[in-house]
Design a protein around this ligand. Structure first.
Ligand code: LHQ
Length: 261
């Protein structure tokens, strides 16, 4: 079985990390297939939303630790190569994808696996799932955006605790802390995440892309720059067919039929 399963239905591209015996830890083939899936999600106009999840009892355990020779005397490994060629492009791609990304965290999300989930736009997690910044436990610092996402999402005190202690944070606490959108009952996770992704795929998806751009740009902008950006992106939204349709549907008291244009 390929380490990433891809299917497209109702405008949603679902990418399922699929190395369940290793809790879907990343190897290079998984990176390659996920990159291809994200490229397809970006380029295919029939894809209007993305759903990312994992097969089996885990979401993703980060880097496959069994791939590296850590014996005494083995050549030291330059981890910046793997971050530069795989993890950083993945996080950048997720953030820049001009379509909404729903992440359904079906089980434990550890190391880079946790931070890849946090790079998605809306994170739902099964109540039995947990988030673990496992890095310090193996002598590393959080990567794949961890040192950025955590302080932004939950504040420095909690970010530091999560990173230094590497303890499991339950899905419910993750919701309570504002790390994720929602914790749901295990059996409801995939149906709820799929419904959400399908609703996005039937929504004004081009405008969602602009919304993502504005929202994420705010993390590096002061209010003045953000107001200018909103003005420019709203101009673009205002020229969209979906804006015309949204207002017409509202005035005619009917459901809008958005095309993502
Ligand atoms: C695994 C893994 C795994 C291989 C579970 N690899 N087999 C980026 C760039 C460059 C370099 C370095 O790093 C990075 C980013 C990173 O992601 S570094 C952080 C890597 N991840 C971790 O440190 C997490 C390691 N895993 C765990 O701590 C636990 O497995 C968690 C907490 C995820 C789950 O614990 P359990 O539910 O108790 O499951 P388990 O430990 O029994 O794992 C089940 C199997 O999966 C087991 O194999 P086995 O053959 O014994 O059944 C594990 O060896 C395997 N597995 N994670 N990352």
């Amino acid at each position: 079985m390929p380490p990433v399963l891809v299917s497209i239905e109702s405008g949603v591209l679902t990418a399922t990390l699929n190395r369940p015996e290793k809790l879907n830890a990343f190897n290079s083939e998984m990176h390659n297939l996920l990159r291809e899936a994200l490229e397809r999600a970006t380029d295919d106009p029939g894809v209007r939303a993305l759903l990312l999840t994992g097969a089996g009892r885990g979401f993703c355990a980060g880097q496959d630790l069994s791939e590296r020779d850590m014996r005494a005397g083995a050549a030291p490994i330059d981890l910046s190569v793997s971050l530069g060629s795989n993890y950083n492009p993945l996080v950048r791609r997720l953030r820049a994808l001009p379509k909404p990304i729903v992440c359904a965290v079906n089980g434990v999300a550890a190391g880079a696996g946790a931070n890849v989930a946090l790079a998605c736009d809306i994170v739902l997690a099964a109540r039995s799932a947990s988030f673990v910044q496992a890095f310090a436990k193996i002598g590393l610092i959080p990567d794949s955006g961890g040192t950025y996402f955590l302080p932004h999402l939950v504040g420095m005190a909690r970010a530091m605790g999560l990173a230094l202690l590497g303890e499991h944070l339950s899905a419910e606490d993750a919701e309570r802390w504002g790390l994720i959108w929602k914790a749901v009952d295990d059996d409801d996770l995939l149906p709820e995440a799929t419904d959400l992704a399908r609703a996005f795929a039937a929504g004004p998806t081009r405008v969602y892309g602009l919304l993502k751009k504005a929202m994420y740009a705010s993390e590096g902008n002061l209010l003045d720059a953000q107001l200018d950006l909103e003005r420019d992106l709203q101009r673009e939204a205002g020229f969209s067919e979906d804006y015309r349709e949204g207002v017409s549907a509202f005035m005619q008291k009917r459901a809008p039929k958005f095309k993502g244009k």
